[in-house]
Design a protein around this ligand. Structure first.
Ligand SMILES: Cc1cc2nc3c(=O)[nH]c(=O)nc-3n(C[C@H](O)[C@H](O)[C@H](O)COP(=O)(O)OP(=O)(O)OC[C@H]3O[C@@H](n4cnc5c(N)ncnc54)[C@H](O)[C@@H]3O)c2cc1C
Length: 311
């Protein structure tokens, strides 16, 4: 509910998503008691911020081909590699970083470990990336970063299942559905203010979109319910993420089409300016639309039912 309210009120959510939904969920699922005590209260209080360090220059959708390595060094670990498209890293204190743990075979799924990396640690370089997105992105270079043993969260090969689980909340689509609603309401208000809500055809089109946004919210909440009950499967999350993010993107494009470039100088509707800049990333972040569709199609072709109720 917090995530939805924040999205409905246009509050930037990447710090919360990365720190609470992602790193926080990972620490709660697999962190030691000491790790939880050290990080979780500060994260909940907004005093400790995490960045998510998964994507690499040559490993995004295909994260299994990640090249960042973690090898034993004395009692601890040495990390080397490059991460990229990491949101808000300059604002963060720590990164939760996926790395291939040496000595655990070639299969990335079985060899991935998640590590807590202090972002001011020797060997860590954080470099900004210029984009049109209102979010700020960074590349993080890890040049032989030596970490203590307790930097590892869970077991060395547990990283893949942990990071997949942590993406679950984002893939419910609650935040995307919230954006779609907020942007749509601002679009209607802008058209109304300009006296551009007269044409029946336009009103019908907006009415149909309004209905889609209402139903996509229900889909997102169905996914949240599945997550809360521990039975949200990958295909259901993929369907929710795909539809909600594609719909929010369509609302942003429609606003741009109907209001034209002038929307950029209309200070009464600041969100619609941000919408046009944010929309391209919605169908990429947390897994692209093509990847969600592949997940869904694979499940359906295997005879699965993403929304099957437990018996
Ligand atoms: C707003 C935003 C926030 C992000 N935040 C973070 C963050 O905090 N931390 C982090 O680590 N990463 C973050 N990312 C990165 C994000 O996870 C990647 O962009 C995403 O996984 C896609 O990877 P890629 O950019 O390398 O694209 P690629 O994987 O190279 O894909 C390029 C295109 O090819 C398509 N494609 C790829 N493989 C297939 C396939 N098998 N079948 C069909 N089509 C395919 C994709 O759908 C896409 O259209 C963020 C991205 C965005 C946009």
């Amino acid at each position: 509910m917090t995530a939805e309210e924040l999205a409905l009120h246009g509050v930037p959510d990447s710090v919360r998503v990365n720190t609470i939904d992602n790193a926080g969920a990972t620490l709660l699922a697999a962190g030691s008691e000491e790790q939880r005590q050290r990080f979780c209260p500060g994260m909940a209080a907004g005093e400790i911020v995490f960045s998510v360090l998964y994507t690499e220059p040559h490993a995004g959708s295909d994260l299994g081909s990640m090249a960042t390595t973690a090898e034993p060094a004395g009692d601890g670990w040495r990390l080397a590699g490059t991460k990229t498209w990491n949101a808000r890293t300059a604002q963060a204190h720590f990164g939760v970083c996926a790395a291939r743990v040496r000595g655990h075979g070639d299969n990335a799924y079985a060899a991935t470990g998640l590590f807590v990396v202090p972002l001011d640690h020797p060997g860590v370089r954080v470099e900004p990336i210029a984009t049109v997105n209102p979010e700020r992105f960074f590349t993080v270079r890890l040049d032989d970063v030596v970490l203590p043993a307790d930097a590892l969260v869970g077991a060395p090969g547990q990283g893949w299942s942990l990071l997949s689980e942590a993406l679950g909340m984002e893939r419910t689509g609650v935040c995307f559905a919230g954006r779609a609603r907020r942007w749509f309401d601002q679009l209607v208000a802008a058209l109304h203010a300009r006296g551009q809500l007269e044409e029946a055809e336009r009103v019908h089109r907006l009415g149909a979109l309004d209905a889609e946004i209402r139903s996509c919210r229900l889909l997102a909440w169905r996914a949240v319910q599945g997550l809360a009950e521990g039975r949200l499967n990958g295909a259901a999350a993929a369907a929710a993420k795909w539809w909600t993010s594609e719909l929010a993107q369509r609302v942003a494009w429609l606003a741009f089409d109907l209001l034209g470039p002038a929307v950029h100088s209309d200070r009464h509707f600041p969100d619609l300016v941000l919408a046009a800049r944010e929309a391209p990333g919605l169908t990429l972040a947390a897994g692209t639309s093509e990847i969600q569709l592949t997940t869904l199609a694979t499940d359906l072709l295997d005879g699965g039912d993403p929304w099957e109720e437990p018996t």
